[in-house]
Design a protein around this ligand. Structure first.
Ligand code: PAF
Length: 304
């Protein structure tokens, strides 16, 4: 595996179809599953980018506290089969203070946008730079960030990037908590409380599969699992359409049920996707609950 710091070096080392796995580092099995997917898809070169993008953090957010450990990430990336690890300095990504921002409308205006103004413009700007600088054939993003995935699909279509966007499953700890680099910042008590997000979503998944179509009823199941949990502050629970990210009162098309909550000092998001089975008129939906690890995660001490 080569570790490089410039776009030119990434392009120089790319052979065959290039698969890009964009990350902000502090890797976990969610990121690594994208590397396996890229290998399986036959990508000739798997590039992983590792850059904590200041543009997508608000002034009161956790940019300074975001976990970073290049040596750890280098080992995990190499073991997973990454060919090129692109770990640029700030100067490579933003040689001058950027005057240009990529503003996506539509799916970037709901849910997270209400709590994190400017977040999607910062994210879309860095993803655009990665696409322009690396020119991947495929790019891999997790379904945990369901809204981000919808925004990136829209951005890719609107700007005609010749890249296939591949969404990977949510990978969960054995107790259901969705893997996130931010989980390492949870205290032991908050870590237990955080599993409530998944419990609520699983209750809603069961209800949707049993025929519940009413958005507020599904949302209430998630809220109920988090009610009276010390240290948990729910930001939103919302059923939204998968592509346009518009609020749904009735589950009648591909959708995701999303939750965002602050647990202790950490803001977490999670979701389940709900997809119609066969003909939507039949009214049957299946929930994508993600994939649970049957072992300790690389996020847990001794998990490797
Ligand atoms: O999902 C992330 O880790 C980031 O938002 C991304 C896509 C790497 C852009 O900084």
């Amino acid at each position: 595996m080569r570790v490089v710091g410039t776009f030119a070096e990434v392009r120089h080392n790319g052979r065959g179809p290039v698969g890009l796995v964009p990350t902000m580092g502090y890797l976990h099995e969610g990121h690594l599953s994208h590397v396996h997917a890229a290998r399986q898809a036959g990508d000739g070169t798997v590039v992983m980018s590792l850059f904590v993008n200041p543009l997508q953090f608000g002034p009161d957010e956790d940019l300074a506290r975001y976990p970073r450990d290049l040596d750890r990430d280098r080992t995990l990336a190499e073991d997973a089969g990454v060919d090129v690890l692109f770990a640029p300095e700030l100067e490579e990504m933003y040689p001058t203070r950027p005057n240009t921002r990529v503003e996506v409308g539509g799916p970037a205006t709901a849910l997270e946008a209400r709590s994190r103004p400017g977040h999607f413009a910062g994210m879309a700007t860095v993803v655009t730079k990665l696409f322009a600088g690396i020119r991947p054939d495929r790019a891999y993003f997790g379904r945990k960030d369901a809204q981000q995935l919808a925004v990136i699909r829209r951005l890719t279509a609107d700007l005609s990037f010749p890249v296939e966007i591949v969404g990977g499953p949510i990978i969960r700890h054995a107790d259901g908590l969705a893997l996130s680099s931010r989980n390492v910042c949870l205290s032991a008590g908050d870590r237990i409380a955080a599993a409530g997000l998944c419990r609520g979503l699983m209750a809603a998944a069961d209800a949707a599969e049993a025929g519940e179509r009413h958005g507020p009823a599904l949302e209430a199941l998630v809220r109920a699992a988090l009610m009276a949990k010390p240290g948990v502050h729910v930001d939103y629970v919302e059923l939204a359409s998968a592509d346009r990210v518009e609020r749904l009162v009735e589950l009648d098309r591909p959708a995701f049920l999303a939750v965002a909550a602050r647990v202790g000092a950490v803001r977490l998001i999670d979701n389940i996707h709900l997809d119609p089975v066969g003909n939507t008129a039949d009214g049957k939906f299946v929930a994508d609950r993600g994939v649970r690890l049957d072992r300790a995660s690389v996020m847990d001490a001794g998990g490797r």
